[in-house]
Design a protein around this ligand. Sequence first.
Ligand code: NAI
Ligand code: MG
Length: 354
Amino acid sequence: MKIAVLPGDGIGPEVTAQALRVLEALSLPGLTLFEGDVGAVAYRRHGHPLPPETLEMARAADAVLFGAVGDFSCDDLPRHLRPEQAILGLRAELTLFANLRPAAGFPGLEDLSPLKPEIARGIDLLVVRELNGDVYFGDKGERDSAGGREGWDAMSYNEAEVRRIAHTAFRAAQKRRKKLTSVDKANVLETSRIWRETVIEIAAEYPDVELEHMYVDNAAMQMCRSPGQFDTIVTGNLFGDILSDQASAVVGSIGLLASASLGERQTEFGTFGLYEPIHGSAPDIAGQGKANPVAAVLSLAMLLRHSLGREEEANRVERAVAQVLASETRGGDLGGTASTSEIGDAIVSTLLTI
Ligand code: NAI
Ligand code: MG
């Protein structure tokens, strides 16, 4: 089993180090780790945020554990050299088209949600966001118009793209509470009409899953009003970007939520994927031991589950995290005083007891 570890910038290396301690504590046999440069640190060392050797290392691995990229010192660089291009490049080059972002309330943390505790307690949802298409990857440009300079971005989805993400989402829903909400804007967008018709076509293969459709504006409202109604959500790249950030906010802290980006490639042990916290490099707290490593540790749990076929270990890591969060050991983002490594200590020692 080979894992490419790409810590990146800012708090990326700090939180990834704690995830690696947790991995070490599991003592999995036959595991080899490779570490590569990515983001601003890679630009400084190799002149590119995603050097070819890092991409090759990721390709050769069974899974990628990613920290975060981004550094304000790179703000003046041309777009293709900016650190954030590294994660976009990895998603595109490795055809990671399905982004899974689970958001669930943690017992004991309901008070941190902006929602009422009884509503926050009911959150247990999974956003399945398409990651390789939509307006992000369409033609774009600038042109003259009667109103001055005009920016434009083409939005599109073809049936093949919708089919593969729909299959991922239906299969994920089957493993959860068997309810799938497809979010679109089919009342105004042609892209969404094709999206909806294709999702309905695929639904015939999953008669055990209840499918509903929701317009994205309504979904945004429902996410604040009663997120407990959602089980699995499937949506396009743009709507999914926004809704999944919103889902993280209703849980409490951005330092808690993990993500998996999966493609179709199967390895000996599971599905090849890239795993990362949903947060960025947090330059405001980098180097101060203030970062919450929970999102990185939970990303490792997703890696164990999806790419290494280690469901039991994934569950153990998740249980250890939940126990620590319910205890007094909390970071500043959760109103506590524990440092990044103290939270890591607590997770590792709890893990060894379960
Ligand atoms: P951010 O997620 O890095 O930080 C937002 C806020 O949340 C900050 O106040 C930060 O201190 C806090 N925060 C984030 N993670 C935390 C953690 N684990 N524990 C405690 N507090 C935490 O987003 P921001 O500030 O918009 O972006 C910073 C840089 O990260 C930018 O360069 C951005 O482009 C990049 N970024 C990279 C991503 C990635 O690598 N996938 C994703 C999002 C942003
Ligand atoms: Mg986002």
